[in-house]
Design a protein around this ligand. Structure first.
Ligand SMILES: NC(=O)c1ccc[n+]([C@@H]2O[C@H](COP(=O)([O-])OP(=O)(O)OC[C@H]3O[C@@H](n4cnc5c(N)ncnc54)[C@H](O)[C@@H]3O)[C@@H](O)[C@H]2O)c1
Ligand SMILES: O=P(O)(O)OC[C@@H](O)[C@@H](O)[C@H](O)[C@H](O)CO
Length: 389
């Protein structure tokens, strides 16, 4: 079961399962997506390797609010993935709780595992608490005995059509050529499933945070700086000489934070950051900056990829000049087609950046982190990348 039929759900995860001849059942948030998927065919395009494209045929898809469908599919599955966005995990928890109650009342509760595939802080904890919050004590005890809830780190980019004419069916989707998903084995129940592209790591540790702060912090910085410079794609912006210099500094900053705060091995982190850099520059991954920048209010929240490392770096007394530039650029992000970007722009114009720093980033406007962001705003102005503070 795949909960969330977006780029990662119907692209990356569906392709992984396809490798083992497994057909996923999708649970989508909107009826329009269910109608476009159920019984239909769509194509997963592999960026830079179209010969590896996968056709998903006779797709099964239901609404995530269809508790009976959720329960009846859960009755026959051992593995459930979420790819719905971290901020939707609480709502999803409510739906899963109802399905578990029905499954239990049908006498079909069995050992199974839920794997989160979200760029989020402790997504498995958020989801588990959301589910358990809706269960009675007895139901909760059964849920905890039978159901593993664990996290994974999705290293693959999933995106849209490189050009409008390439899209033959609205559900067609594009993925980077990555057929690997590391999953935290620690949260799993029962025998580990045997799937060729999924590795259950007993020492998963802080991999998700490492990935979020290295890959997502860097790509978000590329996204927000790139947009200020009027660029369109990730690889194009990562190769921009001025942005590339900032990125070199950013990899050093986040690496030092991860080494000092999480005890990640310095050499392993150096290689991890080098791979992130190579991926960000890869021209085969045609990924628009508007996808990277989407939902800037989420990306500017206290625990996410921008403010998270800024706070940790400041607390450790480390340099965060490049991270702060990414944060400052995010404050000025505009995309008329992105609802939360429009809301952010409106807040900035009407209430000013201090209001955003306080209410969205959770920062004290007189504190050290806010000072670092203000210095970065000045730098952006000096460079001419923003017109006024
Ligand atoms: N796209 C990427 O390259 C990428 C890579 C790694 C991780 N991620 C993470 O994967 C997750 C999914 O990202 P995506 O790119 O597929 O986003 P997406 O917007 O393409 O898809 C998410 C889908 O989830 C649906 N959804 C929302 N709430 C839901 C709910 N309660 N139940 C079921 N479906 C729900 C949305 O309608 C949407 O179709 C996010 O957490 C993202 O951070 C994305
Ligand atoms: O999916 P989001 O909105 O959380 O973040 C956008 C990108 O940073 C993200 O999708 C990456 O491309 C992906 O995490 C691969 O590293």
């Amino acid at each position: 079961m795949i909960l969330g039929a977006g780029r990662i759900g119907r692209g990356f995860l569906a392709r992984l399962l396809h490798e083992d001849g497994r057909d996923p059942v999708f649970f989508a948030a909107t009826d329009a997506t269910v109608q476009r998927l159920h019984g239909k065919t769509y194509e997963i395009h592999v960026l830079g390797a179209e010969e590896k494209n996968v056709l998903e045929t006779e797709v099964q898809a239901f609404s995530v609010r269809d508790t009976e469908a959720l329960a009846s599919q859960w009755a026959r599955t051992e593995l459930i993935f979420t790819a719905c966005g971290g901020k939707n995990l609480e709502a999803l928890g409510g739906e899963l709780a109802k399905a578990f109650q029905l499954l239990r009342s049908m006498g079909k509760a069995h050992v199974s595992n839920i794997v989160t595939c979200e760029n989020w802080k402790a997504p498995e904890k958020v989801l588990k608490e959301a589910i358990c919050g809706h269960l009675t004590q007895k139901e909760r005890a059964d849920f905890e005995r039978l159901t593993g809830v664990t996290e994974s780190a999705v290293m693959c980019s999933g995106t849209g059509a490189p050009e409008p004419s390439a899209l033959h069916y609205p559900m067609d989707t594009w993925v980077e050529d990555v057929l690997y998903l590391p999953v935290n084995a620690k949260g799993m129940k029962g025998e580990l499933p045997q799937l060729s592209c999924i590795e259950f790591l007993p020492d998963f540790g802080s991999l998700l945070r490492q990935k979020l702060y290295t890959r997502n912090t860097s790509i978000a910085t590329i996204g927000y700086l790139g947009r200020l410079k009027g660029l369109t794609y990730v690889a194009e912006a990562a190769a921009d000489p001025e942005i590339a210099l900032i990125l070199d500094e950013l990899y050093r900053e986040v690496s030092e934070i991860l080494v000092q705060s999480l005890g990640i091995d310095r050499e392993k982190q150096r290689v991890f950051a080098e791979r992130a850099d190579a991926k960000n520059r890869n021209p085969l991954i045609i990924d628009p900056l508007t996808r990277i920048g989407r939902d800037p209010i989420r990306k500017l929240s206290p625990e996410d990829r921008l403010i998270g490392p800024l706070r940790e770096g400041a607390a450790l007394g480390l340099s965060t000049d490049a991270i702060a530039l990414g944060c400052a650029a995010a404050l000025y992000y505009e995309d008329p087609e992105d609802e939360t970007a429009c809301r952010l722009a409106e807040l900035r114009r009407e209430k000013g950046t201090d209001y955003i720093l306080k209410e969205i980033c959770g920062l004290d406007p007189a504190g050290e982190e806010a000072k670092r962001i203000r210095r970065a705003q000045e730098r952006l102005k000096e460079k001419g990348w923003i017109q006024k503070l």
